[in-house]
Design a protein around this ligand. Structure first.
Ligand SMILES: [Zn+2]
Length: 226
């Protein structure tokens, strides 16, 4: 531990975001006991696991992985809730630490977060995926590219549309910044993969602009109960 952090730890002891116990040497954001209870999926970064298959039913995907099983009222649900609503962006960073080993030597060059609606971004103050994406980029030596995909401010109401029109509407809700895009192996990151619709919409948008790119995905959690 660096000396400044050691002094800060004495004055303002950091606590585990889940159980509230003081963190000990070497622990960051989460204590070892809580980490042991996390429901890791064990999914490899591959084209054939439940997360990859959920996305492949909607769009072409190179590989995908998801770190944790999402349980709304369980430990992973509480963790994602802390990240989104209780201003604990460090949770994203910590989950990236666990995800990075799966993504090493996979040739990922760019990491693109699923963007937040501008209104939500103003309200929350940060995109909950940002720290996850940035830390992953740092650990696997990829470039973090948050400006490539944008969520449009106005999306038409979903209420009176057919399923196909609704799906088109989700896709139309995102736009890419064509001037900045570069082709290569792109990893799109998000918090929870549920139906995969949001993530697939972003991938479809990127693929329309970059037909040659390899596009993969990684999420912090996978909702297997959908
Ligand atoms: Zn704990």
């Amino acid at each position: 531990m660096n000396p400044l952090r050691a002094i800060r730890q004495i004055l303002f002891p950091e606590t585990c975001v889940l159980c509230g116990e003081p963190l000990t040497h070497g622990e960051e954001t989460l204590c070892h006991r809580c980490i042991q209870e996390l429901p890791f999926t064990g999914f490899p970064f591959s084209a054939d696991n439940p997360a990859a298959r959920a996305l492949a039913s909607k769009t072409d995907i190179h590989k995908a992985t998801a770190l944790l099983f999402y349980q709304k009222n369980g430990i992973s649900g509480r963790l994602i809730h802390k990240l989104k609503y209780h201003h604990h962006p460090s949770v994203g960073k910590r989950l990236a630490d666990f995800t990075a080993p799966l993504l090493r030597d996979q040739g990922v060059e760019f990491i693109v977060p699923v963007p937040l609606h501008p209104k939500k971004l103003r309200k929350r103050g940060y995109n909950q995926v940002e720290h996850f994406g940035r830390q992953l980029a740092r650990l696997i030596h990829a470039e973090y590219r948050p400006s490539w995909v944008r969520k449009k401010a106005n999306t038409a109401s979903q209420t009176t549309k057919s399923p196909l029109e609704r799906w088109q509407n989700v896709i139309d809700g995102f736009e890419v910044n064509r001037r900045r895009l570069q082709s290569g192996h792109i990893l799109v990151v998000d918090d929870v993969l549920t139906t995969g619709a949001t993530l697939a919409a972003v991938i479809i948008r990127l693929r329309q602009a970059l037909p040659e790119a390899r596009i993969s995905a990684a999420t912090m959690a996978f909702n297997a109960y959908m």
